[in-house]
Write a protein that binds this ligand. Structure first.
Ligand SMILES: Nc1ncnc2c1ncn2[C@@H]1O[C@H](COP(=O)(O)OP(=O)(O)OP(=O)(O)O)[C@@H](O)[C@H]1O
Length: 251
């Protein structure tokens, strides 16, 4: 494992009476491709949100690139958070704006207010956007409106928006849930090559475990907020998978 990007020490996260994650301790290193698998309600999204700092733990400590986010000033926290890019199933694109504007949104954190405002009228950093769109295979869509794109293309725009942030780690929450099998394989292969070639870390939640086995180097099996296993795919047996999915969330 490369140097740690994320470290969790006895982390729990509670929502009211629901213990979404319970006493989780683990470390995820540079260059790892980690799949979060488990039934609905297992705590996969909660874990991703703790890793990108959009949620804070109820107890325990989450460290990102050696920094405990809860101990940092808002400015320093944002600087660390910019190193972590997240892609969601719902893309979160501004659908009536063009692709170049949507991808530029990933750079706003690096820009002055003036440059950000000016970019709404006159898109900045076209070369950077084109480069990111080339990486995700849709450079010809630079000026297309986001709502005129297919679901797979929109997911690629969301990924390009993360790439211009130049993150150390990419988090993806169910990125293939709304894609057909062929597009799903395309996107997972793209995530694998983008992270492998650049030595970035990937943490991805997946309902379809076939993709987890095929594209990831480490599988975290979660059930009812508890870690059931943390192993390379070659060591995860059918029995472990059966047991993981035997308990569907009763909440
Ligand atoms: N903001 C919230 N408020 C209340 N409960 C929440 C909240 N977020 C998550 N939970 C609860 O925490 C538990 C874990 O949810 P989480 O979304 O992390 O699971 P998941 O494994 O991502 O599920 P799915 O595969 O269905 O997306 C669930 O019982 C869920 O209802």
């Amino acid at each position: 494992m490369g140097e740690p990007v994320f470290e969790l020490a006895q982390v729990s996260r509670q929502f009211g009476d629901v213990m979404a994650l319970s006493d989780l301790s683990l470390s995820i290193g540079l260059g790892e491709r980690v799949a979060l698998i488990g039934p609905s309600g297992a705590g996969k999204s909660t874990l991703l949100n703790l890793l990108n700092g959009s949620l804070v733990p109820s107890t325990g400590q989450v460290t990102v690139l050696g920094r405990d986010l809860s101990q940092l000033s808002p400015r320093r926290r944002r600087r660390i958070q910019r190193q972590v890019g997240t892609v969601y199933q719902q893309h979160h694109l501004v659908t009536n704006l063009s692709v170049i504007h949507n991808v530029n949104a990933g750079q706003l954190g690096h820009w002055s207010l003036g440059k950000a405002a000016w970019s709404l009228l006159w898109p900045q950093s076209k070369e950077t956007v084109v480069q990111a769109l080339e990486q995700v295979g849709i450079a010809d869509k630079l000026y297309a409106r986001a709502d005129r794109l297919s679901g797979g293309e929109q997911q690629r725009v969301a990924l390009a928006r993360v790439l211009v942030q130049q993150p150390v780690a990419i988090l993806a929450d169910e990125p293939i849930a709304s894609l057909d099998p062929a597009r799903s394989h395309d996107l997972m292969a793209l995530l694998r090559s983008l992270t492998r070639e650049a030595g970035k870390t990937l943490v991805v939640s997946l309902h379809d475990i076939e993709f987890a086995f095929q594209y990831c180097t480490r599988l975290l099996g979660l059930c009812q907020g508890q870690l059931q296993f943390d192993l390379p795919p070659s060591q995860v047996t059918e029995g472990m998978i059966d047991r993981l999915y035997r308990f569907t969330s009763s909440r």
